[in-house]
Design a protein. Sequence first.
Length: 453
Amino acid sequence: MGKSKTKLAQICSCAIAATIAFSSSALATTVDVMVLYTDGITSRYGASVDSRINQVISVSNQVYSDSALNLQLRLVHSQKISYTDNNHPQTALEELSCDLTRFQTHNECNRGSAFSSVDSLRDQHGADMVVLMRPYKSAHNGVCGIAWVGGNGTNGDFSNKVWRETAMSVVGLDGPCADWVTSHELGHNMGLTHSSLQDARGGTYSWAWGHGKTNDFATIMGYAWVFGNDTRKAYNFSNPDLDCYGSPCGIPKNQAGAADAVAALKVVAPQIAAYTAATSGGGSDNGGGTPPPAGSPEQLKQIFIQEKETLAALKLVKDQKKQELLAAKTPYKEAHLVYKTALKAYQSALNKQQKYLDKVNVATAQYNASSGESLSYQQKLLAKVQKHTDAYNTATQVVNDTAQQLNAVTPAYQAALNAYNAAVTAFNTAKAAVVDQKVVVENAKQNYINSKA
């Protein structure tokens, strides 16, 4: 596993040797992909380059289908570039990508010179993700692919513009590298890490990673050999609702060791599909199409569709924030009950302490005023003072004990309260974003309707 020089993690997929059958299918969320390939790919496949790339895309789409995931990759453009096949994939990824640290601090994108046209090509063809494909070489040191982990630790929120710049991957073809490696690397871009045996936590969510069973199976994101020499590859993403060789393919999100990559992808994929405005073009470097004229019905239709996709993504984020709010509410209510009980006990103890202090003061005043009374009467008053003093001392000890109990439970209550308030704010923000986007969608719809009048 490689580590980047920025705060964003890089994950590599090592040599794997298996292929699967593939077929195409029409699915709900479409992510547009641009593939760049080197002279080495041209030399190996000649006139069949486009067919080979389409085959790899088809395998990825089959993986999504087999995962019960409504997601489809669409190849919108492929193009040959002049770049070496003989350096390590991590070097290639760093040159393909922006300098992410500088991008975050200065909003500047500095790519390697071979990839200077990536931004314009991406915008021209409406590509949400970019893949560099090269033939596998010994210089790759067993690494079949490498990619940034998108939305790392954000709980499914890909709204920060830096995540669009991390939608880059490098994939090796042939040799020890199977066709499903592309779906693995794009899985990283979509916020997934490997598995609990390889990584400290999942990617965008703590449970956004692969799953496996010792000497039995490992899903797409996990390395099979890590789970034992007899481990088989399950050609799907972790999903507790699916069967992998007789066992669940994942662990539900609310259980220990949770692994549910499909649940994460359902939230993330629509956001990635909205990274770049779709165009009417697509295909190889011999085509690609021309963007429709500004203000034309076709362009306004595309804008309308894009805004609807953005709305769908925001609704998923809102739903996720609602779930997080509900999840934060239970521990808050439990902590509040404990805190409320401790506070009530402390306040009751304070009231009793004050009650006995008042009695001590009254009895003391009576005793001090009894100097002219008989000795027996004075002794009686003094005994009364002592009685109330003893009761006051006992009440003071109860105050101290209940204060300690209150202090003990207060940090947990405050933490639960802060988490709940943060969840309320996040949900309200997401809800407001949906409301605002609905207005944007309605305006885009009306503009499109008016353009046809």
